[in-house]
Ligand binder design. Structure first.
Ligand code: AVI
Length: 320
């Protein structure tokens, strides 16, 4: 029989147990997926426009410059699939090129957000009359079995450097699951950020306007909103560090004073020492060897890499 505490938990979001686990032990941590509620998603959109956050515009410029090359190399008669497509705005560059090459194009954008996909369908239908959009609402991180039922040659887009927010073994697991739903000749287009000087990386994750700090703190604001917690946001400081050994940016919230916080939904007092940190995100920065290795280990073969002149960002085509 469920205890009253368990019953209370059932009324709260499914992530509540992960929050309990992450804030009870040491070092404290919270899952980065919690960033992306409505407020967090808007803050992330703002991040992508920041002068310091080079990732989005560099990837876009690579896609703009090499769209024809990428599609030629991917093969004829392609069906496009996009993991985490959102409103699919950045995909338009490739779609624009693709609809000129083939008379009929199918596009399967996959995302957890039904409203983002609705917007994608509306925008794309107006722009590209010969494109058929079949949205799939769902979480792609556990794989997408429906992909194996799509006939024709598929090009799966996984752009935006989202792969960098997975630990490498999880990234391999995800790519392997996707690989299992593909056939010989199908391809994956992976956008990943390259390892580079900390002089470039640190400002990208700790911008002058404080948007990334607000994005990071929104994770606690969300716990206040959704779990009735009483985190004082001003008592935390956003920290971004470059961990060269692990080739990743690490994002933390550092507690400035040692008062506890209380999360009524979990009946949990969270005790902090002054200076104690909550680890909220890793963002892996890949080397050529790391890219080659995660692709090989997940059953793909790297065929071609396109990058910008400074080699800050890479778009990689891999074949099954
Ligand atoms: C979504 N993802 C690719 C972003 C990144 O760069 O790792 C999330 C982010 N975190 C802080 N700034 C942006």
């Amino acid at each position: 029989m469920a205890t009253s505490k368990q019953l209370q938990l059932l009324e709260y979001p499914a992530y509540a147990l992960e929050v309990r686990e992450g804030l009870s032990g040491a070092p404290k941590h919270l899952p980065a997926k919690l960033f992306y509620d409505e407020v967090g998603s808007q803050l992330f959109e703002q991040i992508t426009e920041l002068p310091e956050y080079y990732l989005t515009r560099t990837e876009r410029s690579i896609l703009e410059r090499y769209a024809a090359d990428i599609l030629r190399q991917a093969g004829a008669n392609l069906t496009l699939v996009e993991l985490g497509a959102g409103t699919a705005t950045k995909t338009c560059v490739l779609i624009e090129e693709l609809v000129q090459r083939q008379s009929r194009t199918l596009f399967y954008p996959i995302d957890v957000s039904a409203s983002a996909l609705d917007e994608a369908v509306r925008n794309l239908a107006g722009q590209f009359p010969s494109l058929r959009v079949n949205p799939i609402v769902g979480d792609y991180t556990g794989g997408v079995p429906a992909l194996s039922r799509i006939s024709g040659r598929k090009l799966v887009l996984y752009i935006g450097s989202s792969i960098g927010n997975f630990e490498p073994p999880q990234a391999i697991r995800l790519l392997r699951r996707i690989r299992q739903t593909l056939r010989a000749g199908d391809a994956l287009l992976l956008g990943a950020d390259f390892a580079k000087s900390s002089k470039v990386l640190l400002p990208a994750y700790d911008d002058a306007q404080g948007v990334t700090a607000a994005f990071n703190k929104n994770i606690l604001a969300r716990l206040n909103r959704e779990l009735d917690a009483d985190f004082d946001l001003d008592a935390f400081r956003h920290i971004a560090l470059w961990n060269r050994r692990c080739s990743r940016m690490e994002i933390y919230l550092e507690r400035l004073a040692d008062q506890p916080a209380f999360i009524p939904a979990l009946d949990l007092d969270v005790h902090f020492k002054t200076g104690e940190r909550i680890h909220t995100e890793n963002s892996y920065k890949y080397t050529d060897a790391m890219i080659e290795s995660i692709l090989r280990e997940s059953g793909f073969q790297l065929e071609h890499t396109w990058c910008d002149r400074k080699k800050w960002f890479g778009v990689h085509l891999a074949r099954v």
